[in-house]
Design a protein around this ligand. Structure first.
Ligand code: NAD
Length: 278
């Protein structure tokens, strides 16, 4: 019996990078996984990698910024597998660019994928998760959820905004058993935008310091296996959880230090939710 047997997951932007690792880790833990992306070349690779793992997988071309396409994808998943337990909105469009060079079109194009994708994903899975008694929705946190960086005005806007979205919606979602959290990589990974072709061409010495996304995916597996009423509105870090799982197994005794780089923020959020009026 594997941790996520019977569960169904959808990961956006999972053709490569962190999303690919999350999808593989979920599949290896027994979940049926829909990999999705706008890049069909990357998507085909992810599909074949999950198949090689022995996972039950479906691949869908999905632009996370398109609400009707998102709804259509969720309909296809439910038609095939009968449910949807885990949505990970991982897709990102992230040019590094100075504010002065950022056109309004580029600003909204970026937010359309990041914040728009999160809104679309929540809308698309909401009724399904409500009807089945709950589910997990996860966004991807970052250092840019917490701090500012040059050339990242729009990206930092998106990542900070996502935290607010998740915290607020977690309160409205609680009566339906829907948990919303963010999970950062928590370790250095391949820089965003590098394709599989570029990655394969890089010398091993350049990749040596990048964490394995499949290993980080164990952080998402752990969270997906939690009862949905246990944690909602929090920020986790996958690398911290993966290290804890390696040391203590998936059923470790919980403390914030074992799941996030920001344990004080975690405790502050716990206090906020504990005192929030019904
Ligand atoms: N790489 C890092 O250093 C880092 C650090 C912290 C957080 N993150 C976060 O991790 C997540 C994944 O980033 P990554 O570094 O693996 O990026 P990546 O560029 O390797 O992969 C992103 C994937 O999203 C896809 N995509 C782009 N626009 C899309 C859309 N509209 N709809 C669906 N798919 C789309 C791309 O085709 C690509 O396959 C992002 O949320 C990012 O913010 C990355």
């Amino acid at each position: 019996m594997q941790l996520l047997n019977g569960k169904v997951a959808l990961v956006t932007g999972s053709g490569r990078g962190l999303g690919w690792g999350i999808a593989r880790a979920l599949g290896r833990s027994g979940a049926r996984v829909c990999v999705s992306d706008i890049n069909d070349v990357e998507l085909a690779r992810a599909e074949s990698d999950l198949k090689a793992d022995g996972s039950e997988v479906m691949a869908l071309h999905l632009d996370a910024g398109d609400l009707s396409a998102f709804q259509d994808a969720v309909d296809q998943i439910v038609a095939r597998w009968g449910r949807l337990d885990v949505l990970v909105h991982n897709a990102i469009y992230m040019p590094l660019i100075r504010f002065e060079d950022t056109s309004p079109e580029l600003y909204w194009q970026q937010l359309r994928v990041s914040l728009g994708g999160l809104f679309n994903g929540c809308r698309a899975v909401w009724d399904v998760m409500k009807a089945q008694g709950g589910g997990h929705i996860m966004g991807i946190a970052s250092g840019s959820s917490k701090k500012g960086f040059k050339d990242e005005v729009t990206y930092c806007t998106a990542k900070h905004g996502q935290e607010g979205f998740i915290k607020a919606l977690s309160l409205e979602a609680a009566p339906y058993g829907i948990a919303l959290n963010t999970v950062g990589p928590g370790k250095i990974i391949k820089p965003t935008r590098i394709t599989w072709e570029e990655f394969d061409a890089l010398p091993e010495s350049e990749k040596a310091d990048w964490a394995d996304p499949v290993e980080l995916g164990k952080g998402f597996v752990w969270l997906a296996a939690q009862p949905t009423h246990r944690f909602s509105g929090f920020r986790f870090d996958a690398g911290v959880i993966a290290d804890t799982v390696a040391a203590e197994g998936y059923d470790f005794e919980f403390s914030p230090e074992k799941v996030t780089l920001l344990p004080d923020d975690f405790r502050a959020a716990q206090a906020w939710y504990a005192n929030y009026p019904d």
